[in-house]
Design a protein around this ligand. Structure first.
Ligand SMILES: Cc1ncc(COP(=O)(O)O)c(C=O)c1O
Length: 454
């Protein structure tokens, strides 16, 4: 207990919330960011974590020395780890494999048990992050925090984030922008701001392009912690109950490239080192805030320190076909010149005849990406094999393949991925002894390259 005359918080838990608003003085002076990376756990999720634990204690769902279990992209786990340390709980977190290694390292540093599970699986799969967390909680008699469906998550933002922003802007806020993960932030703070302003404040959800929240097909995107992925084999796609769609006036989709470049720009031009979901939210804000009287508040959920190995690392960006620093040498784009329009993905269930008909409509490369979805261009994360349609056509002509055959028998294994902006030597090194590689632009397969071409 801090002595009365000491200017100090009683514990780290009292340092949660009360974050400053910071104007984007150089990039967009009417836009203010709510600096959630200044929470003790480094993210907006400290608020929900504390609120969910206090609520569980009040309801008697979590007893002294108990076990907390949660499925999380990392930040909620970090928030829970801080609360667990202070209040004497054990913690197990289940994270999808796309989670940055910095976040899993932080979780372990706080003493949490970390279980990594594949992120790109159907909702019904026992390994799905939410299912795995629920199973572990049931098996070990733990309490599942369940930020996706726990009303204490949006309530935390209605009670703290929203009122703070209203006070800080003296009620002059016109637009509120937040990324949608569980939806807790945008729903809770958005509802408060709407009520306080008599419905005047416009609430905007920021979402990665391809995420289902903004009408995408649910195929993979690169920004962590926001959006809603949907595996093509998911039968019933349930949205989190923490996301209250009626509060949100508009959902703005932002591409991965724009999110990441916006985050990088915020570091270089504003001195704000942030995660890519902050880039998504700020990019969305820059699109919606037009009027001279607008006062836009954007939640920036966490720091770029958690993603130094991703959005700020050329070795991660390059193979995904995202911009890297000046290579100083010829790039793959320089060598290949303009690419033909990208082919859509070819589902493994297609027949030889269907594949050849589709290929006729998309002249260009003869190597086609095969994966679970027919939409395209397909995410490189979902491409499982390659079909050489040129060779297949020859086989059909020679009578060695029939149009009714499934393509599965003609699909070859995975190919390496080469980013369009990588230097030619780096790309050639990755190609190695493979006969061909995918050319990747913004995480999606945009074509293929054969060994002799590089
Ligand atoms: C970095 C980051 N951005 C955004 C969000 C989304 O917040 P919410 O779950 O409240 O929608 C999260 C949630 O985990 C996050 O970790």
């Amino acid at each position: 207990m801090a002595a009365d005359d000491i200017e100090a918080f009683d514990s780290v838990l009292d340092a949660i919330g009360g974050t400053p608003l910071i104007r984007l003085a150089r990039i967009a002076p009417r836009v203010y960011v709510k600096a959630e990376f200044l929470n003790p756990g480094g993210s907006v999720k400290d608020r929900a974590a504390l609120a969910m634990v206090l609520d569980a204690e009040r309801r008697g769902a979590l007893g002294p020395g108990g076990l907390i279990v949660e499925g999380t992209s990392g930040n909620t786990g970090i928030g829970l780890a801080i609360v667990a340390a202070q209040r004497g709980y054990r913690l197990t977190v289940v994270v999808p494999d796309k989670t940055s290694r910095e976040k899993t390292a932080i979780l372990r540093a706080y003493g949490a048990e970390v279980v990594v599970t594949p992120g790109a699986v159907p909702r019904e799969d026992p390994g799905h992050v939410r299912r795995a967390a629920a199973r572990i909680a049931a098996e070990r008699g733990g309490w599942l925090a369940d930020q996706y469906d726990n009303p204490a998550n949006p309530a935390a933002h209605r009670e703290t984030t929203g009122p703070e922003i209203w006070r800080q802007t003296r009620g002059r806020i016109t637009h509120f922008v937040a990324g949608i993960g569980t939806g807790g932030t945008v729903s809770g703070a958005g509802a408060y701001l709407k009520e306080a302003s008599g419905g005047r404040v416009r609430v905007i959800g920021a979402d990665p392009e391809h995420s289902v929240y903004s009408g995408g097909d649910g195929s993979p995107y690169l920004v962590e912690s926001i959006g809603h992925y949907r595996h093509p084999d998911t039968r019933e796609d349930l949205w989190p109950r923490s996301y209250h769609r009626d509060v949100v006036d508009h959902v703005e989709a932002v591409g991965d490239r724009e999110s990441i470049l916006t985050a990088q720009r915020l570091a270089r031009e504003e001195g704000l080192l942030l995660g890519a979901s902050a880039g998504t939210a700020v990019a969305a804000a820059l699109k919606v805030a037009a009027g001279p009287d607008d006062l836009v508040v954007v939640v920036v959920p966490d720091s770029g320190r958690s993603y130094l190995s991703k959005y700020y690392d050329d070795d991660w960006l390059g193979p995904l076909g995202l911009p890297v620093g000046q290579p100083g040498e010829a790039t793959v784009a320089d060598v290949l010149g303009p690419l033909p329009p990208p082919a859509p993905g070819l589902p493994l269930t297609a027949s030889v005849g269907e594949a050849l008909t589709l290929a006729d409509r998309h002249p260009g490369g003869t190597l086609w990406p095969v994966g679970p979805r027919a939409s395209g261009p397909p995410s490189v994360a979902e491409v499982t094999g390659a079909l050489d349609v040129g060779e297949l056509r020859l086989l059909v002509r020679a009578g060695a393949a029939r149009t009714a055959d499934p393509i599965a028998g003609y699909v070859t294994g995975p190919l390496p991925a080469i980013g369009i902006g990588e230097s030619r030597p780096a790309a050639a090194a990755r190609l190695g002894t493979h006969p061909a590689a995918w050319i990747v632009v913004d995480g999606r397969v945009a074509g293929s390259v054969h060994k002799g071409q590089l």
